[in-house]
Design a protein around this ligand. Structure first.
Ligand SMILES: Nc1ncnc2c1ncn2[C@@H]1O[C@H](COP(=O)(O)OP(=O)(O)OP(=O)(O)O)[C@@H](O)[C@H]1O
Ligand SMILES: [Mg+2]
Length: 269
């Protein structure tokens, strides 16, 4: 697909920003955001992945690309976005993260929004930005989530992850941001187990927040993912028939449908 305008069903191209967050660290945000971004590329979207994790900028490792500059260079005015962007697999554009960089930590909501908008403007072709956010409830993290149209909260079926995911969801509820917020159970033993985990979280949300949380699909435990990441490969290239690859594709399809329901550009429909 070469012409963006031919690919959209809802008028001029719009930018959709998807934030991938979690309460607890290490639950699969980078894995999920990179693979959702790649799956959306395969569905015909033009996707940029913004690595907004201040701690370990590891999206580039997972994608097997070397990035000399990072988003902190853009924020500090040292580089333009185009100089910082690197081409990832499957047509993905990666905006590398700034390990331990303080420019990102102190972004205001307007600056975060401005950064996201300039990603769309500078590359001209991007219709989806996926943000790999840091774990936890830091102000910079919440700032990025405020700039997102869709928020995905990754969690695993263990008490600390569930509790911390709920803490993040509760904050979103307090900010009236429950619309387009979806729980994504990761490393589950089956889709049924993932749906059960979602139900558990949804019951808690209904009871204490008086509103539901959304659900699209779960990602199953798949040792192929760990193997792929050790080899600095993504699962679509290393093992496209794996269960994880199928989960990410299905998740991206459902996400893509959710985008079109909300009148957001969706070239697959
Ligand atoms: N569904 C899965 N099946 C098997 N392994 C997985 C799965 N999801 C993630 N992993 C593995 O879990 C580890 C942590 O994943 P990842 O780095 O994506 O987490 P994270 O939430 O981004 O961590 P951090 O909070 O440190 O940024 C990685 O080794 C990854 O390969
Ligand atoms: Mg990460």
């Amino acid at each position: 697909m070469t012409d963006t305008d031919e690919n959209v069903t809802n008028g001029p191209r719009q930018l959709t920003v998807i934030g991938v967050a979690s309460g607890k660290g290490g639950v699969g945000k980078t894995t999920l955001s990179a693979h959702i971004a790649l799956a959306l590329c395969q569905l015909g979207h033009r996707v940029a992945l913004l690595d907004a994790d201040l701690g370990l900028a590891n999206a580039q490792l997972l994608l097997g690309v070397n990035a000399p500059f990072h988003v902190g260079d853009v924020l500090a005015g040292r580089k333009s976005l185009d100089e910082v962007c690197v081409a990832g697999p499957l047509g993905l554009t990666l905006i590398p993260g700034a390990s331990g960089n303080s420019e990102l930590a102190n972004l205001t909501a307007a600056e975060a929004q401005g950064l996201v908008q300039s990603i769309a403007a500078s590359t001209q072709e991007i219709d989806v930005v996926v943000i790999d956010a840091a774990a936890g409830l830091s102000e910079s993290n919440l700032t990025f989530l405020r700039a997102c149209d869709i928020r995905l909260v990754v969690l695993q079926d263990e008490p600390a992850s569930i509790a911390d995911a709920y803490g993040l969801i509760k904050l979103q509820s307090l900010e009236s941001r429950m619309e387009n917020l979806f729980v994504v159970p990761n490393r589950v033993s089956s889709q049924k187990a993932g749906a059960d985990l979602f139900e558990k979280m949804n019951r808690v949300c209904m009871k204490f927040l008086d509103e539901p949380v959304g659900y699209l699909h779960s990602v199953e435990e798949d040792p192929e993912l760990t193997k792929a990441s050790r080899q600095r490969q993504n699962i679509f290239e290393s093992n496209p028939h794996s269960s994880a690859a199928k989960c990410f594709t299905e998740l991206a399809l459902r996400l893509s449908k959710a985008l079109s329901r909300d009148n957001i550009a969706n070239p697959t429909q």
